[in-house]
Design a protein around this ligand. Structure first.
Ligand SMILES: C[S@@+](CC[C@H](N)C(=O)[O-])C[C@H]1O[C@@H](n2cnc3c(N)ncnc32)[C@H](O)[C@@H]1O
Length: 325
């Protein structure tokens, strides 16, 4: 057994319910009634802090639909744990001031289209784009760090440069541009593939050299020729190079089902995973021997199991020290 590495980041899926109908998401329009309770959250967070976790990220479902979200942020702040929320942004303007007061460090808003017309169609939710953009601006004003997550694919590749301009104009701090994952392989014609590849240079080099926001991590459809072929021919997004060290720093807790993963990318696909990549902790802990074995297994074999991760997780090479919440 190698030295036990202490994870720093904990993702918690605090509910599955969601107001949005995003075409690609397992939780679209979910009316699920599960909500993580305050007692359970407190237990999880206290234990996590003792074990070295210093950042918590709330996900769902839509975290802003959880009636205790402000309390969850306050509790994290009072323990010295920084917090962030990943949200579709629908309720953001309404909660932004309370979130700031509770000490929220970062808001991550999902934006997949450059206009209300396209974004609201991809996400099957009227007014979502307008409300998400307003919420992002409000968070900027309040000095909450802002990040946008864009899931790129055949539906929106033509809009990515316009999204980059939009986010730059708003002054968004970070942009994670990641590949759409579906249960079936994605299909791209040769023409589309060429168009995407020619836009990459603008998105990652030319645009940023002119002051536009640079996407984080690896190029969304693959950094190398080999990765791009894999993506365009098999639909597999980029992975870390050789071994995955992301798993040493991150835990993802699916609170409803009690599953703990050594990665934030896997959990939406639990039905297609072998049990050796997650565990059901009897007493919540992020660093048990059982988890350590999974981390080591996953670090070596994960890239063949996970079918690709988000561009920033794929590009993660640091020690975790430089991660900002
Ligand atoms: C499941 S959502 C939960 C948080 C929140 N409701 C939101 O919309 O951001 C978390 C992230 O997963 C992304 N996501 C959902 N389905 C996906 C898929 N099939 N492929 C890639 N990303 C996906 C969403 O776009 C979002 O950025």
């Amino acid at each position: 057994m190698e030295v036990l590495l202490v994870p720093k980041y904990l993702f918690i899926r605090i509910l599955e319910a969601c107001n949005a109908g995003c075409f690609m998401c397992d939780f679209r329009h979910s009316k699920d009634e599960y909500r993580l309770s305050k007692e359970e959250y407190y237990k999880i967070l206290t234990r996590s802090f003792e074990e070295g976790i210093r950042f918590v990220r709330f996900t769902g479902g839509e975290p802003l639909k959880h009636e205790l979200i402000i309390d969850f942020v306050s509790i994290a702040t009072s323990m010295g744990i920084k917090s962030s929320i990943i949200s579709n942004g629908y309720y953001l303007t309404e909660y932004a001031e309370q979130l700031k007061e509770a000490g929220l460090s970062q808001i991550i808003v999902s934006i997949d289209g450059a206009t209300a017309l396209s974004h609201n169609r991809f996400r099957q939710t009227p007014d979502l784009f307008e409300r998400a953009i307003e919420g992002l601006k409000k968070c900027k004003e309040l000095k909450i760090r802002t990040r946008v997550n864009t899931v790129a694919g055949p539906h929106n590749y033509e809009e990515l440069i316009r999204i980059q301009e939009l986010l730059t104009n708003i002054g968004v701090d970070q942009w994670e541009l990641s590949a759409l994952k579906l249960n079936r392989p994605l299909k791209y014609s040769e023409d589309v593939r060429q168009r995407i590849i020619s836009d990459i240079d603008y998105l990652y080099n030319v645009g940023p050299a002119q002051g536009l926001l640079k996407p984080m991590g690896k190029v969304w459809c693959g950094q190398t020729e080999e990765e791009r072929t894999r993506y365009f021919e098999k639909g597999i997004p980029p992975t870390p190079d050789n071994v995955c060290n992301y798993v040493y720093y991150v835990r993802y807790y699916d609170a409803k089902n009690g599953y703990l993963f050594p990665c934030s990318m896997l959990p939406h696909r639990i039905d297609r995973h072998e049990t050796n990549v997650y565990m059901k902790p009897a007493n919540f802990t992020t660093i048990s021997e059982e988890m350590q074995e999974k981390v080591e297994f996953f670090s070596k074999n994960g890239c063949n199991i996970c079918q690709g991760c988000s561009a920033s997780a794929a590009g993660f090479v640091g020690s975790g020290e430089d991660w900002e919440c």
